[in-house]
Design a protein around this ligand. Structure first.
Ligand code: SF4
Ligand code: SF4
Length: 371
């Protein structure tokens, strides 16, 4: 709470490290450097002769650097949750949401995948679904998984996730379950106001996120087709598998460009410069898919008529760069595909103008804008 007695509002503008000053730039450079070493440690080893993260993982008794990353991820999320709840924990919605996020990450995102191989099981990340976890739909992956896991990942991706998004919006995943969203809402909270609200950023968002979704779908289909007919069509197999491109297959290119560069180096490393939802807003194929369902579903942000005083807190604090104030000023309840239902706009509104709803009657009783 700051000196004005407001939970985190005024202090946003006082603290330099949260406003792209040298400390913020240094933070971004440090996080980017960490991700570069994480994803490209073999190249670092080639030049330096040692593997820093693998060495550290082995020193603390973890199997490899990816478990170390998972462990650090949980620690950072928990520290960020303490920070976040210190500022916004006076809301029950925030407490439950962040509690669920951290709980899911620690249990399903780290402990379960770590413990299962110890008992002869498969390393499996139950909190991630296709297309975010794109390799879970590769025929070879499904074939190698135990049947109950294969059913879980297919039913979770194609049935449960879309149905929940229809009834509750994409917030059930993006703001309650997903590890990427969880990190953004905890560790990334200090920089949420840096998300751009310009029309240009919105146009970029729409072009980029659906491009990545199309890429993910195309890549999955190509890999599946190659699995079934690749032997009979050598030139197609050579194209998909990468034999023709110096081992740069469609899936290794996707993994490198989307999985490593966009999700890790750019999406997380640049939190301190461009806000915490850079990946979710612009590149995540899961967010794109759930957003399309959300637009057709029941989730709404309801605007109470003639209550807005145009203070702009809602727009400033929207981590997805949505100009919430413009809807409030014109008394328009709205559904935006990019809204992750974090609830922050409603939480920081001094007039109680905004309310997150899953009510089908809203659509018929209030003017609703979709875009
Ligand atoms: S519109 Fe509100 S609920 Fe949606 S992402 Fe922005 S702040 Fe969160
Ligand atoms: S909706 Fe609330 S927070 Fe947003 S501009 Fe209006 S009064 Fe301010």
């Amino acid at each position: 709470m700051d000196l004005q007695g407001q939970n985190g509002l005024m202090s946003t503008y006082r603290e330099g490290w949260r406003n792209r000053n040298p400390a913020g730039i240094a933070a971004a450079v440090s996080i980017v450097a960490f991700y570069v070493v994480l994803y490209f440690e073999d190249k670092v080893t080639r030049y330096t002769g040692f593997a820093p993260l693998t060495g550290l993982a082995e020193a603390v008794g973890l199997r490899n650097r990816w478990y170390l990353y998972g462990f650090l991820y949980c620690l950072v999320m928990m520290a960020g949750a303490v920070y976040y709840l210190g500022r916004h924990g006076n809301s029950r919605y925030n407490r439950y949401r962040v509690g669920a996020n951290v709980g899911v990450q620690v249990t399903l995102g780290f402990l379960l995948p770590f413990v299962m191989p110890l008992f002869g099981g498969t390393e499996f990340y139950a909190s991630y679904f296709w297309p975010l976890k794109y390799d879970y739909f590769f025929p070879q992956t499904l074939q190698d998984l135990p049947v109950y896991m294969a059913v879980y990942t297919v039913a979770g991706s194609l049935v449960a996730a879309p149905i929940l998004a229809y009834f509750y919006g994409k917030r059930w995943y993006c703001s309650w379950v997903c590890g990427c969203g969880g990190l953004a809402n905890t560790f990334g909270d200090p920089w949420r106001h840096l998300t751009s609200t310009t029309a240009r950023s919105w146009r970029f968002e729409r072009a980029s996120i659906y491009t990545v979704l199309a890429f993910a779908v195309t890549m999955t289909v190509l890999v599946a087709v190659d699995f079934f007919i690749g032997d009979a069509h050598p030139s197609f197999h050579a194209f998909v598998s990468g034999e023709r491109w110096d081992d740069w297959s469609v899936k290794t290119f996707y993994g490198f460009f989307v999985g490593s560069i966009l999700a890790g180096v750019v999406g997380t490393g640049l939190y301190p410069l461009f806000g915490p939802r850079l990946w979710c807003r612009n590149f995540c194929p899961m967010a794109a898919l759930l957003g399309l369902i959300q637009k057709a579903g029941r989730f709404r942000i309801r605007v109470k008529k003639d209550m807005c005083i145009s203070c702009g807190n809602c727009t400033t604090y929207c981590e997805m760069g949505i100009d919430v104030r413009s809807y409030a000023q014109t008394n328009e309840s709205f559904t935006r595909a990019s809204c992750v239902g974090c609830g922050m706009c409603a939480h920081v509104c001094p007039r109680g103008v905004l309310r997150l709803e899953n009510d089908k009657t809203t659509k018929t009783t209030l003017p609703v804008v979709t875009s």
